[in-house]
Design a protein around this ligand. Structure first.
Ligand code: SF4
Ligand code: SF4
Length: 448
């Protein structure tokens, strides 16, 4: 009896086990249908990186250091007015944000993370990255570009090598200063479409900060430093996309630094002191007739703005192919088509990987078509933005403002403090000379 019971129990257990295995196998198959094999065809193999456990702590420390550095830079530039302290702070920022933290996170690159998070709800941007993007802009609204003065490691490295200064002709400086706005528009477009983070890819100094980098990037960064010996801060003035944002915000800065601490005596001693061409000389206030003429011209220019912007938006539709060519899916779809038509001559690892994935060519072509449609809109928006930037520049150049004293141009001035030591009013303040006549007299004697 007990043997029979034992046999029945055994056979029930075996039957249940077989049934469970069959069910699990079927469920596994069903799951496999529901959860397709991941598609790695568009996956760049990342370089091996040790996951840093306390990275959240480091991010918080970085934000804290950034806040302290911004506060110190603003204090040194506006209150203490010390070029020496600003320089020491530059060195400290270069060591911390550049060499110790290896140039990342930085506000310049953070522009792209914030853009992608704005346009792609699935992309999560860490709060520290948002803080890095926003904090320098907030400080700039109040105090001018004190971030550029001595917090940004890219600015610091250029500031330290800027030893001889060749004055860039005004017209060339004005023309080149449009490039950062264009670069900003391009970087935002590529980030918003999930195509590429070009600012990081073409960061000229990150290779130096990390003591590694490919040859072309090292040559690019090295060339900028060599040019920087003679032309002050070439990357800041003619390339930096975040600098373009800072220029815009600095225009409205509440308490921007002044060259003389009190009233300007117009001795002209600071006239050539700025290696960045940011000092504007006094000009006569326009007469009433001139003002009326300028107002009329301004109205006409403003009236033309929508047409110019529309023209650029229309012309830029031709760029969509070039822009789309940056997108991985589109490039992969084109390579696949070439292979299928027998036109490809070279083997392509990306298409090989794609063929090994579960994604069908139809799905890829459909995704590529969706991206192409997006680029049609993105190219027009980019064109409209560039039209607005160029036309805005034209409008600004036609506006004349009366100035009573030598003044830093708020958007171009990086608050470096070099001009302070050229100003006799400042030298009296810090006790290096007794009165302003002393310096102007000595300077006159040297000149004659
Ligand atoms: S312009 Fe750009 S690179 Fe230069 S200091 Fe400012 S943020 Fe840094
Ligand atoms: S602080 Fe003076 S020298 Fe420095 S960028 Fe501004 S105007 Fe030029």
């Amino acid at each position: 009896m007990s043997r029979r019971v034992h046999f029945m129990n055994w056979s029930r257990t075996t039957a249940l086990s077989v049934a469970a295995i069959v069910c699990l196998t079927m469920a596994g198959d069903a799951c496999a249908e529901l959860i397709p094999t991941p598609n790695f065809s568009d996956h760049d193999i990342p370089s091996t990186r040790v996951v840093e456990a306390p990275s959240v702590v480091w991010n918080a420390v970085d934000v804290g250091v950034l806040l302290v550095a911004l506060s110190l830079a603003s204090y040194f530039a506006l209150v203490v007015r010390s070029r020496k302290y600003l320089l020491w702070l530059s060195v400290a920022s270069l060591l911390w944000f550049g060499f110790w933290r290896r140039g990342c996170v930085c506000p310049i690159g953070a522009t792209q993370n914030v853009t992608l998070a704005t346009f792609d709800g699935t992309y999560v941007v860490p709060i520290s990255v948002v803080a890095f993007f926003v904090l320098p802009l907030i400080f700039t609204v109040f105090f001018g570009r004190t971030f550029c003065a001595s917090v940004c490691p890219l600015g610091a490295v250029q500031e330290l090598v800027s030893v001889r200064n060749v004055r860039v002709p005004r017209w060339l400086d004005q023309a080149l200063s449009v490039i950062p706005y264009v670069y900003l528009g391009l970087a935002v477009t590529l980030a918003a479409t999930g195509t590429a983070f070009v600012i990081c890819r073409y960061d000229p100094f990150v290779g130096f900060f990390r003591l590694s980098g490919n040859a072309s990037m090292m040559i690019y960064g090295g060339s900028l430093l060599v040019v920087g010996f003679f032309v002050g801060r070439p990357y800041c003035r003619y390339l930096c996309p975040y600098g373009a944002l800072l220029r815009l915000t600095s225009r409205v800065s509440q308490w921007h630094l002044r060259i003389p601490p009190t009233a300007c005596i117009q001795c002209r001693l600071c006239e050539d002191a700025c290696p960045y061409g940011a000092i504007e000389e006094p000009t006569e206030s326009p007469s009433v007739e001139q003002l009326q003429r300028e107002r009329k011209r301004l109205v006409v220019l403003l009236f033309m703005t929508p047409f110019i912007v529309g023209l650029f938006a229309w012309a830029a539709t031709g760029w969509r192919g070039t822009l789309a060519g940056w997108h991985f899916d589109i490039r992969l779809a084109e390579a696949l088509k070439q292979e299928d038509l027998g036109l490809a001559t070279e083997p392509n690892t990306a298409t090989e990987a794609f063929r090994g994935s579960r994604r069908s060519p139809e799905q890829l072509y459909e995704a590529a078509a969706t991206h192409r449609d997006r680029f049609a809109i993105a190219a027009s928006l980019l064109g409209a933005y560039i039209g607005l930037v160029l036309w805005g520049k034209v409008i600004l150049l036609t506006l004349r403002r009366g100035r009573q004293e030598y003044t830093p141009n708020k958007s171009h001035c990086v608050s470096c403090g070099r001009c302070f030591q050229h100003c006799p009013v400042e030298l009296v303040r810090i006790g290096l000379i007794d009165n302003v006549e002393q310096m102007t007299h000595e300077t006159h004697e040297v000149a004659t």
